[in-house]
Design a protein around this ligand. Structure first.
Ligand code: NI
Length: 285
């Protein structure tokens, strides 16, 4: 009984926090934050199969702060791609996703919402401890392009502080909610905080919940070298799609790196234009 109340609350919280859906209004501040209790019996599952299959830990993630203001993909000298997850951490979906990635020794980048970080700092700690990168997705998920620069910077800084409190690591890149950040704002964010704005080149529109097999096929169809893949770990069906997605991309020879590593790998560092997949043609993001 109690657990069903909590799962209902979590579901409501998830809805209130929203996603990158451009149709949703910014979330309202929730009243009364709560935390998940620690689970001392939890053990991270061991990697399966031959490891390491993913060469990311040997690669540098140092990219030049002057390398570029905006990236939707990166020109790289090999089959490297960055898998990114927005809007977490989520109480149950994010840990389940971490299990899936861990089992495959795949590293990803998590664009977290600061407010969620304050709710679930332990999940952020685990994310970093398992070799993933944390990116900044603002504190309350507003449409930044509608805000003044002071509020934009406050949203980013509050999230930085929450992430540092949770795991001791500062994010290095920004993904604006809804992809909404004016070019002038991007330049100020870059010059003030050193953050490149990271968009995406593959968007399966998973927030519309088309079903996990559709999410998988859209990602497989849209991915090419240097791709930045957008997924939301807020949605259970998106997480459900990840085993088949990751396994198929690994079989096709792709290697997963974090966003910082992809940027560091970029040969010239010049910002690149979006290469929308068929899934995003005609969609205003
Ligand atoms: Ni988002």
């Amino acid at each position: 009984m109690k657990s069903s109340i909590f799962s209902t609350l979590f579901a409501l919280l998830s809805l209130s926090l929203g996603s990158c859906s451009p149709e949703k209004s910014p979330p309202q501040a929730s009243s009364g934050a709560w935390r998940t209790s620690a689970n001392p019996n939890y053990r991270t599952p061991l990697p399966q199969g031959p490891v390491p299959r993913n060469p990311d830990m040997r690669m540098s993630g140092n990219f030049s702060s002057s390398s570029g203001v905006t990236f939707s993909r990166v020109s790289v000298p090999g089959p490297y791609v960055a898998l990114t997850f927005d809007d977490g951490p989520h109480a149950t979906h994010t840990p389940r996703l971490l299990d899936i990635l861990r089992a495959r020794n795949v590293k990803a980048t998590f664009y977290v919402i600061g407010k969620n970080v304050d709710l679930y700092p332990g999940i952020v700690r685990r994310t970093v401890a398992e070799g993933h990168e944390i990116g900044n997705h603002t504190y309350t998920h507003p449409k930044l392009s509608a805000l003044g620069m002071d509020r934009v910077l406050t949203e980013i800084r509050k999230t930085d502080e929450a992430v540092i409190r949770a795991c001791g690591v500062r994010p290095r890149t920004l993904r604006p909610p809804y992809g909404a950040l004016l070019q002038s704002q991007r330049q100020i964010v870059h010059s003030t905080l050193g953050y490149p704005t990271i968009m995406w080149s593959v968007d399966p529109l998973d927030w519309k919940r088309p079903g996990s097999s559709v999410v998988t096929s859209r990602i497989i169809g849209g991915t090419n070298n240097g791709a930045i893949i957008l997924v939301h770990d807020l949605h259970g069906s998106s997480v459900d799609a990840m085993p088949a997605t990751v396994d198929t991309l690994l079989r096709k020879g792709y290697r997963f790196v974090t966003v910082s590593q992809l940027l560091a790998m970029g040969n010239s560092g010049h910002a690149t234009q979006p290469r929308p997949t068929s899934a995003v043609v005609g969609v205003d993001r």
